[in-house]
Design a protein around this ligand. Structure first.
Ligand SMILES: CC(C)(COP(=O)(O)OP(=O)(O)OC[C@H]1O[C@@H](n2cnc3c(N)ncnc32)[C@H](O)[C@@H]1OP(=O)(O)O)[C@@H](O)C(=O)NCCC(=O)NCCS
Length: 169
């Protein structure tokens, strides 16, 4: 399976929104994703495969890069494409690009009840750095804060365009 990771654009938003709706208790609106596309601090990526000759979005990653911190805001994969390494590819590509833009650490909040996300972030090297009490307004649930120190990118690694990865089927 060939996965292509590229910058998100407006044409991806319908597919991104469909995955968002099936992935989160409090999904972002299309307008919010649209706003992300306009923000200089934002890094928004999609992962796609080719199906019947057309590009199909199967995952996405959204982050803000502020000074040396990459705040991971959203990552999700289409429910039919989970546990195939796509989340890991998206996260790695996102963090590599964030590193090239000056980030030296990544941070995120996750619900303690989201066991798959917790296992995923742990598998990707994140560790728990703290707790934000009552962080999620819908449920009053606490958030676990997770962090990862990023490797310093090699000299000369600048802006990246598309990245293509093949996953053995
Ligand atoms: C979290 C999410 C993005 C992971 O994406 P994914 O493509 O399924 O993850 P990967 O296949 O790359 O998994 C990488 C590793 O993470 C761990 N992992 C991922 N999902 C897991 C699960 N459900 N249970 C246990 N471990 C899991 C495993 O160690 C896995 O490696 P392995 O499959 O070789 O054992 C996906 O589950 C998702 O879209 N969830 C809904 C949205 C969400 O909760 N996002 C995070 C919000 S904080």
């Amino acid at each position: 399976m060939d996965i292509t990771v590229t910058e998100m654009n407006e044409q991806h938003l319908e597919a991104v929104q469909a995955i968002e709706q099936s992935s989160f208790i409090a999904p972002w609106s299309s307008q919010l994703f649209n706003q992300e596309l306009q923000l200089a601090v934002a890094l928004s990526l999609i992962a796609a495969i080719r199906e019947d000759g057309r590009e199909k979005v199967i995952g996405y990653f959204c982050a803000w890069i502020v000074e040396d911190d990459c705040a991971v805001l959203r990552i999700a994969c289409h429910p039919q494409h989970r546990r195939r390494g796509i989340g890991r590819i998206l996260l790695q590509q996102g963090l590599t690009r964030a590193g090239a833009r000056g980030a030296r650490r990544a941070s995120l909040e996750v619900r303690p009840s989201n066991e798959s996300a917790l296992a995923f972030y742990r598998a990707c090297g994140f560790t728990i750095a703290g707790v934000r009490k009552g962080y999620y307004p819908e449920t009053g649930e606490d958030a676990l804060v997770m962090q990862l120190t990023l490797a310093v990118p090699p000299h000369g690694s600048g802006k990246q365009s598309a990245g293509s990865v093949t996953i053995p089927s």
